[in-house]
Design a protein around this ligand. Structure first.
Ligand SMILES: NC(=O)c1ccc[n+]([C@@H]2O[C@H](COP(=O)([O-])OP(=O)(O)OC[C@H]3O[C@@H](n4cnc5c(N)ncnc54)[C@H](O)[C@@H]3O)[C@@H](O)[C@H]2O)c1
Length: 291
């Protein structure tokens, strides 16, 4: 276990690769901690959406008097976007990738990010072994798993995972980063799916199978966990928030690594093929007014 003591690390400037659901949230919390952030997002529409989402969040908190004076403007001004990893400054304090859950894509992006020589290189993978990702990088001493949760600005947890080659300095830096951005940190062994995805996906997949089997309606399956087990939301609604495509990607990864108990149900595959990806698409297991 690495504790915060002795962690000498600063957070002045950072890069976030991928400006989707998670990348935007990660950029926000890093900026709120005072860092200058550059988000890499190749899709021009999503690039525009990054600043829009950040300023919407700032406006909401300001309207609720939950941001100290001047911080909102500072956050808005400290986040910029580029279209390519090679546009990131060299020697940033940290670069964190948050591109889709695809091994080849993550390897490609981390390889490029490593060439920018950041002091710490983080991956927000939900399921891929950090050691496995590190094996492709040549020198993986800076690579750590920094697993954030959605929505990043309100979820308190940061799950940290170290690979076989992660250096002690990088471990300390990762824990210091968590403290700096005000997250509660857990350190988890480098087993695919870590602690959170493995448990969360297991419950989510079983809920989908129960819907397939006609055990109950989506609403009632969710209520079983909300009212019966005091979960803050049901597993199907949570799958809608995470994104059905994201959950499918994780389930496929865990099936490959941990075995058939994580085999994605046909219903999940079918809904992803139909574009019913959850909240971001306006429809999933439930209808969503606001994508
Ligand atoms: N959605 C969640 O609830 C959640 C929670 C924890 C972890 N994660 C993990 O976070 C990662 C991202 O998930 P997400 O939900 O934000 O996905 P997303 O699809 O919302 O966003 C991914 C973004 O990456 C961009 N991208 C694709 N290729 C790129 C490249 N080469 N360079 C830069 N950007 C590129 C896409 O255009 C997209 O905007 C995944 O590994 C996922 O498993 C997701």
């Amino acid at each position: 276990m690495i504790n915060r003591e002795g962690a000498s690390w600063q957070l002045n400037a950072a890069g976030v690769v991928g400006g989707g659901t998670m990348g935007v949230g990660i950029a926000y919390v890093l900026a709120a901690a005072g860092a200058q952030i550059t988000v890499v997002e190749p899709d021009p529409d999503r690039r525009k959406a990054v600043s829009r989402s950040i300023s919407d969040r700032v406006r909401k908190l300001e309207n609720e008097n939950r941001l100290e004076t001047g911080l909102g403007q500072k956050i808005n001004e400290s986040i910029s976007t580029v279209s390519n990893v090679f546009e990131l400054d060299t020697c940033l304090d940290v670069i964190i990738e948050a591109v889709p859950e695809n091994l080849d894509l993550k390897v490609a992006v981390l390889t490029q990010a490593q060439q920018r020589a950041p002091h710490l290189l983080g991956t927000n993978t939900s399921s891929i072994s950090i050691t496995r990702l590190g094996e492709t990088l040549g020198n993986a001493d800076k690579l750590v798993g920094l697993h954030f949760f959605n929505p990043v600005w309100s979820m308190p947890l940061l799950e940290i995972i170290f690979g076989d080659k992660t250096s002690t300095d990088s471990m300390r830096a990762a824990v210091a980063l968590g403290a700096r951005i005000g997250k509660d940190v857990i350190q988890v062994r480098d087993i695919p799916g870590f602690a959170t995805s493995r448990l969360g996906v297991a419950i989510g997949l079983e809920a989908i199978r129960m819907l397939e089997d006609g055990v109950a309606s989506a609403t009632d399956i969710d209520q079983a966990m909300v009212l019966g087990y005091r979960h803050p939301m049901g597993p199907l609604r949570l799958t809608d928030l995470v994104g059905l495509d994201v959950r499918l990607g994780i389930a496929e990864r865990l099936t490959a690594d941990l075995g058939p108990r994580f085999t994605p149900p046909d219903l999940l595959r079918q809904m992803v093929a139909e574009g019913r990806l959850g909240q971001k698409a306006g429809a999933g297991f439930f209808e969503w007014d606001q994508p």
